[in-house]
Design a protein around this ligand. Structure first.
Ligand SMILES: *[C@@H]1O[C@H](CO)[C@@H](O)[C@H](O)[C@H]1NC(C)=O
Length: 280
């Protein structure tokens, strides 16, 4: 065998080994056949009809990670539907980091809803429109979660940063391992224009599609992390922060596409805004 053939074989093995495979990493957990893993594990689809939605979860639990997923949201009239994609721990004082995509009438914009829960307490919503049609193509939605910060990104552009401000007495999720979850379900009592526009069941089944799941993450298993503290350089995301360019992108999104920010909702917090709101 020639060296170059050997090298290319080795190389393709490395790529295969790191490429996402839904069969290996994900299990469809509900929906009675409405969630499907296709194309040898390269494509996953969730559907929703009048009778049920569907959902999946990661097989692994993670304590910190950079999780990427390509998602193509429900096209056409998706009003009333909600596609969720989030990290969540177990129990009644759970931690959670949320992306939710609220559908809309054809041509009207989806809302990207985000939230962070620590020990069962959320109330930290920010909502955005997107700068593209999320139903035409797959786009990458990422959650970076490390001990210092949580960064929500879309196609590599940060849309939200939630910093660890424990020093100010703000709770931050950092001790409960989380799984990745996703679901497609009906929420026409609140999702579209606050519940005014209902799901048009004549358009069912509704389908969201997923590709390229990638978890650069510390897998948590039997009380231990797969990340070694002795060679943190292997996981640069564990100390990643926003560089100047990313900070400018974040500002651009927040200025032009943010439609709700709990930090400016003084009506909702008559006793005063949450502490972290004074930081930005
Ligand atoms: C749906 O479209 C309407 C009209 O453009 C807009 O007000 C609303 O924010 C959009 N998104 C959702 C999820 O309601």
């Amino acid at each position: 065998m020639t060296t170059s053939l050997l090298l290319s074989l080795l190389f393709s093995f490395v790529i295969l080994a790191s490429a996402a495979n839904f069969n290996q990493d994900i299990e469809v957990t509900w929906g009675d056949g409405r969630g499907k893993i296709l194309e040898n594990g390269n494509l996953l689809t969730l559907t929703l009809d009048k009778f049920s939605g569907s959902g999946f979860q990661s097989k692994n639990q993670y304590l910190f990670g950079k999780i990427d997923m390509n998602i193509k949201l429900v096209p056409g009239n998706s009003a009333g539907t909600v596609t969720t994609y989030y990290l969540r721990s177990e129990g009644s004082t759970w931690d959670e980091i949320d992306f939710e995509f609220l559908g809309n009438l054809s041509g009207d914009p989806y809302i990207v809803h985000t939230n962070v829960y620590t020990q069962g307490k959320g109330d930290k919503e920010q909502q955005f429109y997107l700068w593209f049609d999320p139903t035409k193509d797959f786009h990458t939605y990422s959650l970076l979660w490390n001990p210092q910060r949580i960064i929500f990104s879309v196609d590599g552009t940060p849309i939200r940063e939630f910093k660890n401000l424990e020093s100010m007495g703000v709770a931050f999720p950092k001790s409960q391992p989380m799984r990745v979850y996703s679901s497609l379900w009906n929420a026409d009592n609140w999702a579209t224009r606050g519940g005014v526009v209902k799901t048009d069941w004549s358009k069912a089944p509704f389908t969201a599609a997923y590709r390229n799941y990638k978890a650069d993450a510390c897998v948590w298993s039997s009380g231990k992390s797969s990340c070694s503290s002795t060679s943190p350089s292997q996981n640069s995301w564990l100390s990643q922060e926003l560089d100047i360019t990313s900070q400018q992108r974040l500002k651009w999104v927040q200025k032009n596409y943010m439609i709700y920010n709990y930090c400016t909702d003084t009506k909702r917090f008559p006793q005063g805004l949450p502490k972290e709101c004074s930081v930005h």
